[in-house]
Design a protein around this ligand. Structure first.
Ligand code: NAP
Length: 303
């Protein structure tokens, strides 16, 4: 049993923390909006008022937060950030989807404080988090990854070692670019099927059965036939992640024009009011009379 602090109990974090509790760990929880802690406290977690209070005495501190600003404030806030309260030799595990630049800066701060660090963002969404079937894409030394692997395995089906701190974050952004580009083109294909007067359901059955179609694409394609898009991986997070993808590629000086074009599509979906719909809700841009605006230049689309 390990003393674990879990910071950030959003849609993903609360499911992950519950897996740790069920595995028998001693879990302290903190969330900016305290009500999100209630179900975990009822299941045996200890509440904390601040990230620092949660981190004090923990052997491992795990964060699952929205973005870079949230991560920066939760780890480093001068008032009540987690890092300042962590014991020498404890491990900080950042599971949020962030930028490689910020993650490497956080790793350096941890090293200065005598705290071990891993960036271990996840592939998988709410069903995988609930079932403990996430895939962790991990950066950090083998020593730190050997220490945290048994804990991450309570929440996941696999831990994939990418290299030094920051490597997991690069891998995660590339996974999201790969999936997000597929969802963006599938949404366009739905638009063509409708405009060409094909039966959308029959056409999707055909496309989904072909060897070129991955299981994830087949599922996305089918869910685009629906009129409702209950949020799991919402469009506003996809938009945030594509911003990070395009910025990371630009920082490396390597072009990603296809990802840049997809980024513009998701940005447009947010601005048209579809931000809280699931990723597949981007198809609404292409429905008959849909609001897709081809005159809007997708962000980052130049080579
Ligand atoms: P979410 O439901 O929106 O939860 C976001 C969490 O971040 C909440 O705990 C929220 O606190 C906290 N937060 C936001 N801004 C904050 C701030 N300024 N200071 C402190 N806390 C702040 O998102 P999620 O779906 O759990 O995703 C969490 C992370 O995992 C994101 O980086 C996302 O990109 C990534 N991810 C998501 C999925 C998915 O399918 N949803 C899959 C893989 C990875 P409040 O409750 O107070 O708002």
């Amino acid at each position: 049993m390990t003393r674990i602090a879990f910071l950030g109990l959003g849609a993903m974090g609360r499911r992950m923390a519950m897996r740790l509790l069920k595995a028998g760990h001693d879990v302290t929880v903190w969330n900016r909006t305290p009500a999100a802690c209630d179900a975990l406290i009822a299941a045996g977690a200890a509440p904390a008022d601040t990230p620092a209070a949660a981190a004090r005495g923990a052997e491992v501190v795990i964060a699952m937060l929205r973005d870079d600003p949230a991560s920066r404030s939760v780890w480093l806030s001068a008032e009540d950030g987690a890092l300042s309260a962590m014991a020498d030799g404890a491990v900080a595990v950042e599971c949020s989807t962030l930028t490689p630049g910020w993650v490497r800066a956080l790793a350096a701060d941890c090293a200065r404080c005598g705290v071990a660090f891993s960036d271990s963002p996840v592939a998988g969404s709410l069903p995988q988090a609930e079932a403990g079937q996430l895939h962790f894409l991990s950066g950090g030394t083998d020593t730190v990854l050997d220490r945290i692997e048994p804990i991450l395995r309570a929440m996941g089906a696999g831990l994939h070692r990418g290299g030094a701190a920051g490597a997991g974050t690069v891998l995660k952004l590339m996974v999201n670019a790969f999936y997000g580009v597929q969802v963006a083109i599938l949404a366009e294909i739905h638009g063509v099927l409708r405009q060409a007067d094909l039966d959308p359901e029959a056409a999707v059955e055909t496309l989904a059965a072909l060897p070129v179609t991955s299981p994830a694409s087949a599922m996305a394609m089918k869910s685009m036939l629906s009129d409702t898009f209950p949020s799991a991986f919402p469009v506003h997070l996809v938009d945030k992640d594509f911003g990070y993808v395009v910025a990371a590629a630009a920082a490396l000086g390597t072009p990603m024009p296809v990802a840049g074009a997809a980024s513009g599509v998701f940005r447009q979906a947010v601005s048209r009011g579809f931000g809280t719909d699931n990723i597949t809700g981007v198809v609404q841009l292409y429905r008959a009379g849909g609001p897709f605006n081809s005159t809007v230049l997708p962000s980052g689309s130049s080579i």
